[in-house]
Each structure stands twice: as structure tokens, then as C-alpha cells.
Design a protein around this ligand. Structure first.
Ligand code: PMP
Length: 288
């Protein structure tokens, strides 16, 4: 596998960054996770826009145009002979001194890793996921906005560790007011009485690209989708629940904290949204 770093494709074993990079020292940087389906990069423009917004929010000036970054992503797939895969695009603050201030970092670094994807096992799509509510609260947007896809993912990692230790692969995170924000790496939806509901961004969720696609599908299907505060109670009494994310796509949730959601099987609407999502990825994208 070849990894792109600052203008060069390197063998994965030689793809290294400096120990003085503030991305490593402080988690000072931003990233994206992107999917490649049938030789097409899905929602590339949306991912690059979110990367630009994340960078802007942390005052990191990107010295590359959107087209240049898009070329790096597509070339990384081509160089590795991929037609299906997962792309990790990372921008770090770059090399600096041991102080916190980014003033000592003269230029950011850009890294692109395009690799085969390890998917969630098919059984989770057939039978649904069992998740827990994490005791770790999603960080307060006033401290660090969850809308920034930054290299500092410790808040999510701590929740993920709690879930792992109890034998679960995802965890619902509440914000500091007790409202549902999202899962550790996925957005959350419920279906109730003919309507979809998902937490609004002000609840402290990432502006998920897959979430956006699900909102488009809801509009196409004429299903109202309400973005508002949701409580754990709303999730527990929902007819259906599903998660969305670049890696997970649309994945049903059938149990939360040992309590059955809906019928305990993936719901009809969830299954429809997954099918619609998969038909979109087969038709749309930026050709390599
Ligand atoms: N929330 C968090 C915290 C995430 O890291 C992600 C991406 N894995 C998502 C939601 C889903 O976003 P997307 O659909 O853009 O992958």
C-alpha cells in the first residue's frame, strides 16, 4: 500500500511523520473518512467542504485548493489500484516546537491513506446492533464543537472503550444536558408514527455526510424528518432506531441498554433507508 504524505507516495512502512508534528503532540488537526464505491468517491465534495469548515473552525489555513485535495484523494485510490475502499484524509498543524501555540508550525501536513475497508459483519445488518448508553457525556460545544472533525477524538474513544469493555461495538452519547447527541462514530435516528427524528446539531453532533444523505432520502420518500432534542426515553420507546456513518452506512439498532427497541428486529423503514442508501452509492460519486 502507498500512502500520500505532502506530495509523495510512500510505502506504508516508510510513511512517517515527525514526532514534533502538533497533530501528534496535541491532536491539532482535522480529518475525514470517505468511501470509494465501484470506482467512485461518494460525496467527495461534501467531505472536502466539511474538512475546510473543520480547518477554518480551528484557524488552520489550508494551503491547497479543493481541487488539489480532491486530486490527492483520487490519485491515492488509483495508485493503490482500488475501486472499493475507505479513504482517510488527515491534515495536521505540522511541525512546531513543544509549546501549544500553532505559531511555531510553519506549514500543515496532508496525509491520505486509501485502503480496503473492514465492514461491519453482515449479521449486524440482518439482525441489528445492540448498543449501550455511555456514561461518558459528549463534550460541550462551548469547549470544543463536536462539529469539528478534529484529531482529538478522546471524548469518543473513552465512550468506545466503555462500550468495548462491556462487549458492545457502539454507544449512545448524551450531551451535558442529558439529550442524545450521537454515537461514538455515528449519527442516530429514530422512527416513530410515520416520522423520522434525529438530534439537531445544537445537541452536539457531527454534521454527518450519511445523515445528510438520509435526510435527502426522507425527502424523496415523503417522510418528514424532525431535527430536535431527543431524550434516552425517546430512543427506548421508538418503533425503530438506526445509526448512520460513512463506515456503517445505515445500520439498525434493536437493543439499547439491554432493552428491546421496537420489535427487536430491524424495522421496515430502516431496511428501506439502507436499500435506498445502497442504491444511491451505486449511482452517484466522483469518478476516479
Ligand atoms: N459522528 C461522529 C462522532 C463521527 O466520527 C462520524 C464519522 N465516523 C459520524 C458521526 C458520521 O458521519 P459521516 O456520516 O460523515 O461518516
Amino acid at each position: 500500500m502507498k500512502v500520500y504524505i505532502d506530495g509523495q507516495f510512500l510505502d506504508s512502512g516508510d510513511a512517517k511523520i515527525s514526532v514534533f508534528d502538533h497533530g501528534l503532540l496535541y491532536g491539532d488537526g482535522v480529518f475525514e473518512g470517505i468511501r470509494l464505491y465501484q470506482g467512485c468517491v461518494f460525496k467527495l465534495d461534501e467531505h472536502l467542504e466539511r474538512l475546510e469548515y473543520s480547518a477554518k473552525a480551528i484557524l488552520l489555513d489550508l494551503p491547497w485548493s479543493r481541487q488539489e485535495i480532491s486530486d490527492i484523494v483520487c490519485e491515492s485510490c488509483r495508485v493503490n489500484g482500488l475501486t472499493v475502499g475507505y479513504i482517510r484524509l488527515v491534515v495536521t498543524r505540522g511541525i512546531g516546537s513543544l509549546g501549544l501555540s500553532p505559531k511555531s508550525c510553519s506549514k500543515p501536513s496532508i496525509i491520505c491513506i486509501a485502503d480496503h475497508l473492514s465492514l461491519y459483519p453482515a449479521e449486524y445488518y440482518e439482525n441489528g446492533l445492540k448498543i449501550i448508553t455511555s456514561p461518558i457525556r459528549r463534550m460541550n460545544p462551548a469547549a470544543l464543537s463536536p462539529g469539528i472533525k478534529s484529531l482529538n477524538y478522546l471524548n469518543n474513544i473513552l465512550a468506545k472503550i466503555e462500550a468495548d469493555r462491556l462487549g458492545y461495538i457502539e454507544a449512545l452519547m448524551l450531551n451535558d444536558q442529558g439529550y442524545v447527541s450521537e454515537c461514538t462514530g455515528d449519527n442516530v435516528f429514530i422512527f416513530q408514527k410515520g416520522k423520522l427524528f434525529t438530534p439537531a446539531f445544537y445537541a452536539g453532533a457531527l454534521k454527518g455526510i450519511t445523515r445528510g444523505v438520509v435526510l435527502d432520502i426522507a425527502e424523496e420518500l415523503g417522510i418528514p424528518c424532525i431535527q430536535e432534542n431527543l431524550t434516552r426515553y425517546d430512543i427506548l420507546v421508538a418503533e425503530e432506531c438506526f445509526l448512520t456513518g460513512t463506515a456503517a452506512e445505515v445500520i439498525p439498532v434493536v437493543e439499547v441498554d439491554g432493552r428491546t427497541i421496537g420489535t427487536g428486529k430491524p424495522g421496515e423503514t430502516t431496511v428501506k433507508f439502507l436499500a435506498e442508501f445502497r442504491s444511491k452509492v451505486a449511482k452517484e460519486g466522483t469518478f476516479l
